[in-house]
Design a protein around this ligand. Structure first.
Ligand SMILES: *Cc1c(COP(=O)(O)O)cnc(C)c1O
Length: 250
């Protein structure tokens, strides 16, 4: 049988990239002794236009990660008819917590008490608790969001007492490296932090770690959600917020 060439653009190309990412995840699960299906794929759709999300939905993706609040709100309105689980993964400004609390199912980037408190009080009572991961600045990078590793215990205890928040786990974006051993070492540090919290009786079940370039290393170290943008959608246009110096969300 001759192999069909992969289409380079359009819906077929998107389907092929989604299939390739799913195969990478499944291969890493097998290679590192993880249960089949134990790693969820979060499609990072930041900067992608609405038709691209619609196509991804038609191709079977149901969970989308967004980094910029206003952009996400516009997409949610446009896609209101589709059943989508929305994850906020970007840096959180105080004036955006109300919208995040009202419209998202998950937040991966809670990194300080003030943000947690606002999300807790602003989460509407008719919705289930907001699912929360704490972002840890695992490589102590001066310009990166996330709490420092030594601050995560106190923040986790605080969030675990918030009634409208459900603490699910930890998230990190390590300093980029192509070295597989170094990638694993950073993810192992996040896993160790999560295990320490579990030992204190906090019921964490989520490690949100691994992106297009390092998802195998993350799965090797216990990732339960990988956040993948480029490998699904192709290269991104930079977001205007980044050009204004708002910081690189990752
Ligand atoms: C952009 C982004 C990703 C996806 O990165 P890719 O390298 O495109 O897969 C994952 N997580 C966060 C927090 C991001 O901001």
């Amino acid at each position: 049988m001759t192999q069909q060439p992969e289409p380079r653009s359009g819906f077929g190309a998107l389907q092929a990239r989604i299939r390739a990412v799913r195969e990478r995840i499944a291969a890493a699960e097998r290679r590192f002794g993880r249960s089949p299906g134990s790693v969820r794929l979060l499609a990072v759709s930041k900067t992608q236009p609405v038709p691209q999300l619609q196509a991804a939905w038609e191709a079977g993706l149901r969970s989308f990660g967004e980094s910029y609040y206003q952009e996400a709100e516009d997409k949610m309105q446009a896609l209101a008819g589709l059943e989508i689980e929305w994850h906020f993964i970007g840096p959180i400004q105080s004036n955006k917590t109300r919208g995040i609390a009202q419209h998202f199912h998950w937040v991966h980037s809670v990194d300080r008490e003030k943000i947690a408190r606002r999300l807790d009080t602003q989460r509407p009572g008719h919705l289930p608790p907001l699912q929360v991961c704490l972002q840890v600045n695992i490589d102590r990078e001066p310009t990166k969001a996330g709490c420092l590793p030594e601050a995560v215990d106190a923040l986790a205890r605080y969030v675990s007492r918030c009634e409208r928040l459900q603490l699910r786990g930890l998230m990190a974006i390590p300093a980029p490296t192509t070295d597989f051993g170094r990638q694993r070492a950073a993810f192992a540090r996040l896993r160790t932090l999560a295990e320490r919290l579990q030992a204190q009786g906090l019921g964490l079940d989520t490690l949100s770690m691994g992106m297009s370039a390092d998802l195998e290393a993350a799965i090797a170290e216990g990732a339960t959600i990988v956040r993948v943008g480029t490998a699904l959608f192709g290269p991104r246009e930079p977001h205007p917020a980044d050009a204004r110096g708002a910081g690189d969300p990752g």
